[in-house]
Design a protein around this ligand. Structure first.
Ligand SMILES: C[S@@+](CC[C@H](N)C(=O)[O-])C[C@H]1O[C@@H](n2cnc3c(N)ncnc32)[C@H](O)[C@@H]1O
Length: 247
């Protein structure tokens, strides 16, 4: 999926995902957690094209966004001219500030393919959190998702926005010979005009699902306490949201 985040393809992501994700609902979900813990500011890692940002910027929580893709950062800035957005890689970033809360939404953790990438990210996140800071993120649940795609599965998603019609054909299959719970996600994107499918781009990515136990151990080893695990289905995946606190 990485190629959909830059070189002009971020606009296709932007169009399609606003029909897949209810960003208002995402905002209500994450801002409730942040407020429950009396946190006042948040860094969103993997902020994408700035839809969740828009809701946070209009709220009482101070918001900062960061993304690996420069094109996504530009799109976020265009959507939210008053917002603060940084280009940065969660596995290796230094911002000159710390935050009360850090969130990673929309299964962006799927791009942390190696255990080293996870440890590095959690360490970076810990270093950028204030005392008792909250780290909240979601992940694809391998226990429920892998049986569904065990033998390979094709899924079609359509998106209609502002008189534009898109279609994505995904083929997903576990790559169980790998050391972690990886799966191959081959996606082909089309726009549909006058009932004809016009190829836009193809994307072949390897991404990662997790078990709850894996995250429990990653967090424990990096001095976080898990406060809550919330079962929250997203548009295409069974996911958990973890709320953890810096010890
Ligand atoms: C699935 S999209 C989610 C975007 C956004 N949170 C949303 O809800 O629309 C994943 C985003 O994470 C970014 N990303 C991927 N790997 C990253 C990394 N190592 N560090 C920071 N951002 C990353 C991508 O560029 C992309 O914008």
């Amino acid at each position: 999926m990485q190629s959909l985040y830059s070189n002009g393809f971020e606009n296709i992501y932007d169009d399609m995902y606003q029909t897949f994700i209810d960003y208002k609902d995402e905002f209500e979900f994450y801002s409730t957690i942040i407020k429950e813990h009396q946190k006042k500011d948040v860094l969103e890692i993997g902020c994408g094209s700035g839809h969740l940002a828009k809701h946070f910027i209009n709220s009482s929580v101070s918001y900062y966004g960061m993304d690996l893709s420069d094109d996504m950062v530009q799109l976020s800035k265009k959507r939210n001219p008053s917002g603060t957005f940084y280009k940065g890689d969660m596995t290796n970033f230094t911002l000159n500030q710390t935050f009360d809360a850090i969130i990673i939404t929309a299964r962006t953790t799927s791009y942390l393919l190696s255990n080293k990438a996870i440890h590095n990210s959690i360490q970076n996140i810990k270093n950028h959190l204030n005392e008792k800071g909250v780290f909240c993120f979601d992940f694809i649940d391998a226990n429920r998702f892998f049986p569904i795609i065990k033998d390979g599965k094709t899924i079609i998603h359509e998106a209609e926005i502002q008189n534009k019609l898109y279609s994505r054909t995904s083929y997903m299959k576990p790559t169980i010979e790998k050391e972690n719970f990886m799966f191959q996600w081959n996606a082909t994107y089309y726009k549909i005009e006058e009932e004809k499918k016009i190829l836009l781009t193809e994307d072949q990515s390897e991404v990662r699902a997790f078990t709850k136990n894996e995250w429990q151990l990653f967090l424990e080893l990096n001095d976080f306490e898990i406060l809550n695990s919330i079962d929250r289905k997203s548009y295409a995946f069974d996911t958990y949201v973890v709320v953890a606190q810096k010890k």
